[in-house]
Design a protein around this ligand. Sequence first.
Ligand code: ACO
Length: 332
Amino acid sequence: MRGIKILGAGMYMPETVASNDWFSTILDTSDEWIYTRTGIRERRISEDKPNWYMAAEASRAAVADSGIAPEDIDLVLAATCSPDYFYPALSCLVQQQVGAVNAAAFDINSACTGFINALDTASRFLQDGDYRNILIVASERLAPHCDYTDRTASILFGDGAGAAVVTRSDKPMWSYLSAKGDFFNALYCKVDQSRSNCPLLKPDALPEGIIDTEAKTHTLQMNGKAVYKFAVDAMETAVNKVLERSGLTTGDIDLFIPHQANARIIESAVKGLNLPAEKVYVNLEKHGNTSSACIPTCLAELKAESRIKEGMKICLVGFGAGLTSGAIVFEQ
Ligand code: ACO
């Protein structure tokens, strides 16, 4: 049996609040437009704290909540698409910061689907038997990626981190993961190579479909409509596939935690799947889309309110750049 149990959860949000009203001072937009089109009122922006700092704070909170000692963590998995360093991995910085001296560490990047992919990976390491406790942290500092003259994309994203300590369980877990690389140019942020002074460097070859003539392509580029369409379909497909694998129905699930990209995307998927709204947890009004950190920050908020209970069947579902998507069902 490939089961996991959440022992502890934690989160970190930067202090600075960027409200919709603040956006209306720098862009041609309004609180009314943003709220009705996205469900977001405000998000946090990390003015001076790097990604590793946020990841470490969320991780320390999750480890404290779990009650285990940092030395008893066997693996640190970090999900991020906005690391401070190409190398070393964010997970190595977190390992050092939390004192997980006996842990191996590596990163996973599947953008907003990162926590789902990391949790699935963790469950397979736990099944092996050599690994008992795994710290998963998902942390994003997207403000440096965003173009704050682009009112369509910049208003969606926030910075923050969420973490969970998981251990092996005899209860069941199922997953469904997917990637559609054909849609890579619906949402991307290119590495800026322009600082190199290597005289041999020529412009990069680009995958078909990417137009890189503008200087701005090292900022987040998004085709909002294409992502929206993909997202509703991908969430419904992922939940249906994972339920099919589990033999469960939506009625058997106690709690749904979707990726927090846009309230309208969540509402469409909820309607399509015929889910009871009271079982669906949403926190995007105050955090916006924190990419891979969305789902673990929901877990941390729910755990802090003692709303994650033994025996509950929980469904996590996400989508993101790639385009990737996935869902997990597990019994706590
Ligand atoms: N304020 C005011 N007007 C705006 C804004 C804004 N912030 N943004 C766009 N508009 C305007 C547009 O210019 C357009 O004007 P026009 O009709 O004169 O051309 C009008 O509003 C409608 O624009 P649409 O793009 O049709 O707006 P839509 O209702 O599709 O909402 C949005 C745009 C919110 C981006 C939506 O498409 C969306 O949420 N897409 C999914 C994005 C997403 O989930 N991204 C994250 C993926 S996860 C990851 O991996 C990072």
